[in-house]
Design a protein around this ligand. Structure first.
Ligand code: CAA
Length: 381
């Protein structure tokens, strides 16, 4: 493992940064306020290969690796966390399980258009009564001839308002808990599939979070992803990759807030000098920079583990736990450095502060990451 980025990775970072600055950033505040899904930005990201970064080219992706994916999500989230999570969900919660669990026919039919960004995907696991306890989900799947019939409800589904395809988790028998869960590929225009309205959130407001409802929704058996009862493993192994993406998102949000704070500290004059001259501010900046580097290295280590090891569950949980809590601390300090200006919408740090909060919650709360980490250090290492 190299701690420095290669020349190729630096070129990727520069290219994505240019795209982020020129295309994503100008719309970031507007879509945060309106909640409008940035379709045009998504389409332009697709042209650059950012909708399926580590999917092989033969299936419509950019054929890169997990570290490249982290670079992409960090750079996009550095200017707009909504766009960051939209891309993250499509890459690691939708393309990734299709790549790892899909058969050849499913890859050609579903992965190719999703990775190339012709379609947008969402991941439908969470339910009103099954958040952290994902194995308690109640959406039912009943076999009927060559189809399954799905009934149930999902909540907090990122991209749910705009997705063309959902990876849906349902149970054949809730008494079996995780052993009954099965995954399905479901197009959003299937009869019996519907979604709710846009949930207005504290942050990442343009990412189209909503409820899904399935009423006697028929899904052909050819759209089952993995075997019957393998759905929980599909979901958990997918979240291993997803959590690395969220760690990268948290690093990007914190990096954006840090840069704003640095610039402001150099420019803002108080007591006849820039506030960057004061030791209190310098200590904030020193802590922010150190924590950011630590989180980025943990994220890259998890990305490396995902590319090279059978399981990266521990590394993904550690990276997400640390990076998301780091983002909370760093964005909080960025607001503090801005003083009163940090509390008003005209300055970007207020948005970074709000956006950071969700990274400690979605794709497994900090408390769940600690459960996973403790299980590995106590029982599995
Ligand atoms: N990879 C592969 N298999 C895994 C796995 C992983 N990472 N984690 C667990 N498994 C397997 C286990 O090996 C076990 O298999 P066996 O039956 O063969 O022994 C099985 O799954 C059950 O595992 P556990 O006993 O550990 O399961 P549990 O019910 O105790 O749950 C949990 C574990 C870690 C708490 C899990 O429920 C969890 O991660 N909860 C959080 C859910 C979550 O992250 N939700 C996010 C929603 S998606 C989202 O937020 C996306 C978005 O919109 C942005």
């Amino acid at each position: 493992m190299h701690i420095e980025l290669s020349e190729e990775q630096k070129l990727l970072r520069d290219e994505v940064r240019r795209f982020a600055e020129e295309v994503v950033k100008p719309k970031a505040r507007e879509i945060d306020e309106s909640g409008e899904f940035p379709r045009d930005t998504f389409d332009r990201a697709a042209e650059l290969g950012l909708t399926g970064v580590y999917v092989p080219e033969e299936y419509g992706g950019a054929g890169m690796d997990m570290l490249a994916y982290c670079i992409v999500i960090e750079e996009i989230s550095r200017v707009c966390a909504s766009t960051g999570v939209i891309l993250s969900v499509n890459n690691s919660l939708v393309c990734d399980p299709l790549l790892r669990w899909g058969n050849e026919e499913q890859k050609k039919k579903w992965l190719e258009p999703l990775a190339s960004g012709r379609l947008l995907g969402c991941f439908a696991l969470t339910e009103p009564g099954a958040g952290s306890d994902a194995a308690a989900l109640r959406t039912s799947a009943r076999r009927d001839g060559d189809d399954y019939v799905l009934n149930g409800n999902k909540v907090f589904i990122t991209n749910g308002t705009d997705a063309d395809v959902a990876i849906v988790f349902a149970t054949l028998d809730p008494s079996l808990r995780h052993k009954g869960i099965t995954a399905f590929i479901v197009p959003a225009d299937a009869p019996g599939y519907s979604h709710g309205g846009h949930e207005y959130k504290l942050g990442v407001n343009a990412s189209g979070t909503t409820e899904l409802a399935f009423e006697d929704l028929r899904v052909p058996a050819s759209q089952r992803l993995g075997g019957e009862g393998e759905g929980f493993k599909v979901a958990m192994s997918t979240l291993d990759g997803g959590r690395i993406g969220i760690a990268a998102q948290a690093v990007g949000i914190a990096q954006g807030a840090f840069e704003e704070a640095l610039a402001y500290a150099a420019e803002r004059q108080q007591f006849g000098q820039p506030i960057a001259n004061f030791q209190a501010i310098q200590h904030y900046l020193a802590d922010m920079s150190t924590e950011l580097d630590a989180a980025r290295l943990l994220t890259w280590k998890a990305a490396w583990a995902k590319d090279h090891r059978k399981r990266a569950t521990l590394e993904a949980a550690q990276a997400k736990l640390f990076a998301s809590e780091m983002a909370q601390r760093v964005t909080n300090k960025a607001v503090q450095i801005h003083g009163g200006y940090g509390y008003i919408r005209e300055y970007n740090v207020e948005r970074y502060f709000r956006d950071a909060r969700i990274t400690e919650i979605y794709e497994g709360t900090s408390e769940i990451q600690k459960m996973v980490i403790a299980d590995w250090v106590l029982n599995k290492s």
